[in-house]
Design a protein around this ligand. Structure first.
Ligand code: NI
Length: 214
């Protein structure tokens, strides 16, 4: 591995950890009711009460079709934000989503739609997304859109994403936070998985969450 890639990887990991700390401190644990700041620690099988991410979106899928949150209102979602030319973290996390899907019992896997949403719509065109998601899992959908559409969905999921141009690199790269979100059909956050969570652990948690739902 080349040094600049190593440094990049190191920096992405550090930034992700910083995002966890900052996100944990200010963003993710804000109560839905602004008057109530105290959020109980969620028990293992309860939704992450009080943590508000998600919301309406309109994007374009890997076949060029316009899709919105309404198209996914009858399924659970495993959502990851990244970019197709990411050297290390994004492919690893998408492989974990694929591993999770394959580890689920079939009747549960059928109820889960994995989604990859780009943070880099300028380069991640419909064609790029089409070829990229196919590398990981047949049912993985790849969503892109205009910069405005992407900015809106990044904000509602509290995703950190920033362009970086390093010396000696011909093109820019992106620094970004790295979480996999498990969302319920009605758009509640059920779990968030981090870089250190394995596909096996995720599959166990998804199974438990789906079993616990009415
Ligand atoms: Ni990445």
């Amino acid at each position: 591995m080349k040094d600049h890639l190593k440094n990049r990887l190191k920096r992405t990991v550090i930034l992700s950890l910083v995002a966890v700390v900052i996100g944990g401190g200010i963003g993710f644990f804000q109560a839905k009711d602004p008057k109530s700041r105290v959020v109980e620690k969620p028990s293992r099988l309860e939704p992450m009460a009080g943590i508000q991410v998600g919301g309406p979106f309109e994007l374009i899928d890997e076949n060029g079709q316009t899709v919105s949150d309404k198209d996914f209102s009858d399924v659970y979602k495993l959502i990851y934000f990244g970019f197709a030319s990411c050297p290390a973290i994004c492919p690893t996390e998408l492989q974990k989503i694929a591993g999770t899907m394959k580890a689920l019992p079939e009747e549960q896997a059928d109820k889960v739609q994995p989604l990859f949403i780009t943070i880099d719509p300028a380069r991640d065109t419909v064609e790029v997304m089409h070829d990229y998601v196919a590398l990981f899992y047949p049912r993985l959908k790849g969503l892109t859109g205009s910069q405005e559409q992407i900015d809106r969905v990044l904000k509602s999921y509290r995703v950190y994403a920033s362009k970086v141009q390093d010396e000696g690199m011909s093109d820019y790269t992106m620094d970004h936070s790295s979480f996999i979100y498990l969302m319920s059909p009605d758009d509640r956050l059920l779990s968030m998985y981090r870089i250190q969570d394995t596909a096996e652990k995720m599959a166990q948690d998804v199974q438990a969450r789906l079993t616990a739902q009415p």
